[in-house]
Ligand binder design. Structure first.
Ligand SMILES: NC(=O)c1ccc[n+]([C@@H]2O[C@H](COP(=O)([O-])OP(=O)(O)OC[C@H]3O[C@@H](n4cnc5c(N)ncnc54)[C@H](OP(=O)(O)O)[C@@H]3O)[C@@H](O)[C@H]2O)c1
Length: 340
């Protein structure tokens, strides 16, 4: 049994992570931390968690194997360093931090403390993406020429995302988000996914957005063009104002293609379509709303238990996706191409 503690009991823990943990037979959620004892108690009661803390030091002293950090972006680094010092393995939400110095400190703190650090890039867990990665590694569609990935949503009739208030008001604060709304929300997931699939790093970034101006610092639509070290070009689109978005992955090789149809989603769902000279094959995935989250937690459980060596997404991977997302933010502000 892997004992977990969870930090910052907001929407993500409430509707996805804790329910996914509760459904796993080898996972026990033993403690919750909130900045308010009342909110910690309430969350513990709702989810049947035996211990509730509003002192981060007391929480860190609790007997648990791993901690899931779901705080607003700007607090990931501080919470990670504190939990590493307390000897806890950490699965931290994305973006891992809002600046590169903090991100590097997180990796160093975990290495120094001898604890594991994973970044919660759950798209990597989707079996369609795992299969796509294997096919790419086996050169089934030849060298990869061009990739695109889109993750957008929205509401019909709305020109802007809904206003979030109270404990959720940080979603409108560029300082806490890391300078962008959509890039740090879904864009960074797609950046990470494409880097993972290609096994390559991005070296050049140009971005356009409908934000990153003095009048409107936050975007609700961004398009990022990237070049990889081996020459592949990628386009990434993320938005909160495209209600009918088709959230697809397209990988074009010299000898074929791989399409993830609606696989870029919080749910485990969609289809994988693989086309080569010999024909086209479809693989369908029945919707599992919490499937990708369960798989990411299971992976971390295996790492904590010593049965699996590799976390799904490492601190280094989190660092690279952050440096690309921050470069995209700067590119959108300044209208320039950024070399990484
Ligand atoms: N991987 C994914 O699929 C995915 C999906 C959604 C979200 N996320 C990530 O998960 C994280 C949390 O998202 P969420 O939607 O759960 O957030 P949320 O509901 O808006 O807020 C989470 C909690 O953070 C705490 N908080 C709020 N303002 C704070 C502040 N100024 N300082 C410190 N703590 C504060 C509050 O808990 P207390 O005050 O009670 O401590 C709040 O309930 C984000 O980093 C987000 O990017 C990832």
């Amino acid at each position: 049994m892997v004992k977990w503690g969870v930090m910052s009991p907001g929407a993500h823990l409430d509707t996805k992570i804790v329910p996914a943990m509760k459904a796993l037979t080898n996972t026990d959620v033993v403690a919750v931390f909130s900045r308010s004892q009342e909110r910690a108690d309430q969350f513990a009661k709702t989810h049947d968690i035996p211990n509730a803390y509003s002192s981060i030091d007391a929480f860190g002293q609790h007997d648990m194997d791993a901690v899931f950090i779901a705080s607003p972006n700007a607090f990931h680094s501080d919470y990670t360093k504190k939990m590493a010092a307390a000897g806890k393995n950490i699965l931290c939400e994305k973006p891992m931090a809002i600046d590169l110095v903090s991100a590097a400190q997180m990796t160093t703190a975990c290495l120094d403390a001898g604890v594991k650090l994973g970044i919660a890039f759950n798209l990597r867990a989707h079996p369609a993406h795992k299969q796509a990665k294997t096919l790419i590694q086996e050169h089934k569609i030849g060298p990869i020429v061009y990739v695109s990935g889109q993750w957008a949503f929205g509401t019909h009739g709305a020109d802007a995302p809904p206003q979030r208030t109270g404990l959720r008001s940080w979603w409108h604060d560029p300082e806490v988000l890391g300078g962008s709304d959509t890039l740090m929300a879904t864009g960074i997931h797609v950046i990470d996914l494409i880097c993972d699939l290609l096994g390559d790093n991005i070296v050049e970034v140009t971005a356009l957005s409908n934000g990153q101006t003095q009048e409107k610092p936050l975007d609700s639509l961004a398009s990022v063009c990237c070049k990889f070290s081996k020459g592949t070009i990628a386009n990434i689109v993320c938005s909160r104002i495209i209600p009918d978005s088709e959230n697809d992955l397209m990988v074009y090789g010299r000898d074929g293609f791989i399409k993830g149809s609606n696989t870029i989603s919080e749910k485990l769902e969609g289809s994988l379509i693989v086309g080569t000279e010999t024909g086209t094959t479809n693989y369908d995935f029945a919707p599992e709303p919490l499937g990708n989250y369960s798989l990411e937690i299971q992976n971390f459980n295996e790492v904590v238990m010593g049965n699996e060596l590799e976390v799904l997404a490492s601190g280094q991977a989190g660092y690279h996706s952050l440096e690309v997302a921050l470069a995209a933010v700067r590119s959108a502000w300044e209208g320039i191409t950024i070399q990484i």
